[in-house]
Design a protein around this ligand. Structure first.
Ligand code: NCD
Length: 292
């Protein structure tokens, strides 16, 4: 059972915790309720963000609460203040903290420093649990299930935290088949490789996807800022790729897309990425309100 004091990793969530969060999110999607009036959320971002930061903000506003935001630029971080002190101070002004970090695995330590509930908004290439919850919400909304899915991950299996968290979560459900279609040199970390039913180079993407006939293609850009000399081979999901995918297949991407999804497929009803981004608000409303 999730203790609701921190959300550092999807490992803290059981299958029924995930189902409960998604059900609360779906009630917020139908009818927002101001359950956090008077509350303050600290958005603390040590890495760039558009969707995560702004959807946490919108979620807290819709819950009737308020938001303070830290970004390094213009802050005392430029004078050399540590991340730890920054968290200590900002969390002291707030009731809950959302933290995005460029380092992996420090969220539990940050949570102790903060003294208020802490939500991991992405830590290095490790995890991004709330992205996964909104991904699962989107899959549930469209397919009506989280079991028995064929999911092909395309792109950077090595450094994509959204892929890592989603793989771990889908593995808690029954009968999901996960496939890796990875860019050169960017296959999954050793400890995660056994989670895949098949693993293929992205240079064979079209024939591989045709063979798999997936329910979901989950793309993510090559995480250029995290590469340590690996080749940043690119791929593009375009009309040609869509032609080999079944009608029921959803195309998902946490975004930003940087050439990996062509705008020519935006009008295709299988393109789910903008709906997916919008679902960030009700899902984050659910997580914030449950933790407060
Ligand atoms: C992702 C991230 O930050 O990991 N973005 C997001 O939160 N929607 C994906 C990415 O940056 O590629």
């Amino acid at each position: 059972m999730w203790d609701r004091k921190s959300l550092a990793s999807v490992a803290q969530l059981s299958r029924s915790d995930i189902e409960e969060i998604l059900s609360v999110a779906s009630s917020f999607a139908r009818e927002p309720r101001e359950l956090c009036k008077g509350g303050i959320l600290a958005n603390i971002f040590f890495e760039p963000s558009t969707r995560t930061e702004k959807s946490f903000q919108a979620a807290m506003y819709r819950l009737g609460g308020q938001v303070i935001t830290h970004k390094d630029a213009g802050s005392s971080r430029e004078k050399g203040e540590t991340k730890e002190d920054t968290i200590r101070i900002l969390a002291g002004y707030a009731d809950i903290a959302v933290i995005r970090d460029n380092e992996e695995g420090k969220m539990q330590a940050y949570s102790k420093i903060a003294g208020v509930p802490v939500i991991n908004a992405g830590d290095g290439s490790n995890e991004h649990p709330t992205q996964t919850l909104l991904d699962m919400f989107t899959i549930m909304e469209q397919t009506g299930r989280l079991d028995g899915l064929k999911v092909a991950f395309v792109g950077d299996m090595k450094y994509s935290r959204t892929i890592h968290s989603l793989m771990r979560s889908l593995s808690k459900f029954d009968g999901n088949e996960l496939y890796s279609v990875h860019a050169e040199g960017l296959s999954a970390p050793e400890k995660m490789k056994s989670m895949f039913k098949g693993s293929y180079p992205v240079s064979r993407m079209k024939e591989v996807l045709k063979g798999i006939s997936p329910d979901v293609v989950y793309c993510n850009r090559v995480q250029k800022e995290r590469l340590k000399g690996e080749g940043a081979e690119c791929y593009t999901i375009d009309r040609d790729v869509m032609a080999v995918l079944p009608e029921r297949c959803m195309i998902m991407d946490p975004l930003p897309r940087v050439g990996n999804i062509s705008a020519e497929i935006d009008g295709d009803k299988r393109a789910a990425y903008f709906r997916q981004a919008r679902n960030g608000v009700p899902v984050r409303m659910a997580v914030i309100s449950m933790m407060l």
